[in-house]
Write a protein that binds this ligand. Structure first.
Ligand code: GDP
Ligand code: MN
Length: 391
């Protein structure tokens, strides 16, 4: 679960991190009133969407207070913002943050992540910020300072100070940066984040402020912070993932064109690997779980088929508790209701396989039953490719 910029900044502010003055608005009139209240010559209008790269996509506008703020704000609110992270559909702008415009002397980067190689929470910082950290890491990795944190000791004052002085020699600024790094680390750990980032962290005169902030929460830890659920904005989340989760399915959308129905997370991962190995690209991860019902399987099939990019379907089920005949009935029901013409490859084994196979054969649906997992993966990749060419 992600938070909006304004929510993340408010959280930082409650712990003493300086942020620009501003307020969140939902229409043009509110934005105009907010801009007037700021009393600054220029204001910044910032689209509140769960994505980075808003600046480049037109989601951040610096405007003069004399401009027609009402209409400028209305142009941003309600539109969909397409950034390098959103995909072609973009994300709806939920709200607008109206902030005072600050003169910026320097843009820096500060982020807290889990480094999977060292298994430690790691702070990354750079005296050059504003751009995406991925770009910085690729183009000038030497400019990134990293500090691995011992899980028992936490971030020590020495480490925080050392980090700050590697970014600046100015004592007044370094003191503020030390504090900000400590706060960001505490928030990361305290709220079970997967990412806590301030980009840019700016120097404006003798102040250091969080100009942008991003907090991504690990949903597995959300039960420990029920109050954060109030900050959830479902309009920003993938609608297919939401409806799948409601049906009790583990579904994660990916970027390819082969829809996958699998039971068990391990088998699902192996299936994605095999598809990739044969040169294909999966459209999703979907674990229907061991105890899926006929309706559950049909729901899973429908969610797959709602994804317009899907050009072929791969059913890879090892029937244990989920019986193959139940699976077949669910798949056939969904396909008959929708009248789908996509190629389908099924590799199904396990409990009641004879009955399942018979149901598939009698259904008259264009399903290739392939007993070998490897052969099945190869075939579905080929089918997706040729279907792509035809359509
Ligand atoms: P992102 O593109 O989604 O990461 O949005 P940011 O909040 O990081 O804003 C993008 C850029 O807009 C920043 O890196 C700044 O260069 C610029 N910007 C935003 N607010 C201000 C401001 O108050 N003053 C100045 N000078 N630039 C700003
Ligand atoms: Mn940013």
């Amino acid at each position: 679960m992600n938070l909006h910029e304004y929510q993340a900044k408010q959280l930082l502010a409650t712990r003493g991190v300086q942020i620009p003055k501003g307020s969140v608005c939902y229409d043009g009139l509110e934005a105009l009133i907010a801009a007037r209240a700021l009393g600054s010559e220029k204001v910044v209008l910032k689209a509140q969407v769960h994505t980075g790269g808003r600046g480049k996509a037109g989601g951040v506008a610096v405007v003069s207070a004399k401009d027609d703020i009402r209409s400028k704000a209305s142009e941003i609110i309600g539109r969909k913002l397409v950034t390098y992270q959103t995909g072609p559909d973009g994300k709806p702008v939920s709200a607008l943050l109206v902030e005072e415009f600050l003169p910026i002397d320097q843009e820096m980067y500060l982020g807290v992540v889990l480094d999977r190689n060292t298994g430690r929470v790691t702070i990354m910082a750079s005296a050059e910020g504003g751009v995406e950290i991925e770009t910085l890491a690729r183009e000038s990795p030497e400019k990134i300072v990293t500090v691995g944190v011992d899980p028992l000791r936490g971030l020590t004052p020495f480490q925080a100070r050392n980090l700050a002085y590697r970014l600046t020699q100015n004592k007044v600024l370094a003191q503020q940066m030390t504090k900000i790094a400590t706060v960001l680390y505490d928030i990361f750990v305290g709220f079970d984040c997967s990412l806590a980032e301030i980009n840019p962290l700016v120097v404006s005169g003798d102040r250091v402020l969080a100009l942008d902030a991003k907090l991504n929460l690990d949903e597995n830890g959300l039960f420990r912070h029920p109050e954060l659920e109030l900050l959830r904005d479902r309009s920003q989340e993938d609608q297919l993932e939401l409806s799948a989760n409601k049906d009790g399915l583990s579904y994660i959308k990916l970027t390819g064109n082969i829809g996958c129905i699998v039971n068990g997370a391990g088998l699902a991962m192996a299936t994605l690997d095999l598809i990739a190995l044969h040169g294909g690209s999966p459209a999703n991860f979907l674990d229907v779980g061991g105890g899926a019902s006929e309706q559950g399987v049909a729901d899973a099939m429908n969610i797959l088929l709602d994804d317009k990019r899907v050009k072929a379907v791969f059913i890879n089920i090892f029937g244990g508790i989920l019986r193959c005949d139940v699976l077949a009935r669910g798949v056939i029901r969904a396909l008959n209701e929708r009248g789908v013409a996509l190629p389908i490859v099924a590799r199904v084994e396990g409990t009641n396989i004879e009955e399942g196979r018979e149901l598939f054969e009698k259904s008259g649906l264009p399903i290739d039953m392939i007993p070998s997992l490897d052969e099945a993966a190869k075939l579905v990749v080929a089918k997706a490719k040729s279907f792509n060419k035809e359509s």
